[in-house]
Design a protein around this ligand. Sequence first.
Ligand code: FAS
Ligand code: PHB
Length: 390
Amino acid sequence: MKTQVGIIGGGPSGLLLSQLLHVQGIDTVVLEKHSRDYVLGRIRAGVLEHGFADLMREANCGARMDAEGEIHDGFYIAHDGVRDRIDLKGLTGGNSVIVYGQTELTRDLYDAREKMGGAVIHHAQNVQPHDITSDKPYLTYTKDGEAHRIDCDYIIGADGFHGVSRKSIPQDKIREFERVYPFGWLGVLSRTKPVSPELIYAKHERGFALCSLRSQTLSRYYIQVPLSDSVEDWSDDDFWAELKRRLPADVSSQLETGPSIEKSIAPLRSFVAEPMRYGNMFLAGDAAHIVPPTGARGLNSAASDIYYLYHAMLDHYKNGDDRGLEGYSQKALARVWKGQRFSWGMTTLLHRFPGNSDFDNKLQQTDLDYLLSSESAMKSLAENYVGLPF
Ligand code: FAS
Ligand code: PHB
């Protein structure tokens, strides 16, 4: 088989790029190791920047997002028993975010790929990129015991943090930067009415908590837990009781609890691999970078990678102009690192760090006091949260 752009990974990054390029007549094949249902079964991001939403619309995949997603003009920071609102719309001259789950967004992308007859190959096992630095790279994989080869012009590594693409780059050609946090997030999805119409990020001496949602009947909650915890340590009742302890009384008294329909613990890490290009393979999304979800930058950091790659491929195939491809890694990393800084900052501001001294904790409290007392500081936070320009 021959294609122009071979994409490893059928998550949001790979699917969105495949869809955008196909709409422009550029041929792609997506190789996904799992089934569509398995990919859709993963509960992940919930907040979309306006830049990501615009890309979904450009890919002819934004209709359900616009119909069912919720526009949020602000969010709350809870601390010391009270809540302060961050007025995203007012602080950014009119920008906001859309609350629309990654599961639904990925479903929309799969449906659009299917509708266009896009080539998405599931259960693709042992995917391997070959001759990456040549002008004839190719992919191999096995499916149902049969070996396959796909010759490409370019390979996109959109296969997430544990994928094969980044690991196919020689160690002396790639640098990795990482920070692992001494805690994780225990997340619960429940068919309950969300406790708040807007998200609440809570800083508490017992640990961080987040009240989010997927719809008016589907709530998403998180609490910071030690890395030593496992899901089995947390009954639903224990989760709800701890969440209530970390929220202001006027919020916890309104909290509707119910059985968890999904419960999992995600470790928190900051990670960047440089460069995001090796030969004719380009890394995008979680394959190249990971952020702690505190700033809702994970999926949104992938958006700018996809935007840059999409335009670079258009310039190459339509105009024979390779400046976008040549400049991709540097341009993508500039925005990735700003997302890293913001996510690290929100995580440092709002979580309980077990190793912190009393002085550290006073500084953390002062950081929050300063943020909530300074319009300039809130403007900075707001412009990062709604999404810096691509
Ligand atoms: P993904 O990891 O989503 O997709 C990669 C795809 O490649 C997967 O489908 C995988 O099966 C496939 N793949 C992997 N190796 C392969 C191989 N060798 N061959 C073929 N296919 C292969 N972000 C937020 O903004 N907010 C959140 O609250 C949030 N919560 C998260 C919770 C968890 C537990 C995790 C892991 C991530 C979370 N994220 C969150 C970040 C997340 O949303 C990612 O940013 C997003 O999934 C990135 O999308 P992709 O780059 O497509 O990577
Ligand atoms: C979510 O709804 O899953 C969510 C929202 C905002 C975040 C992290 C997770 O910062």
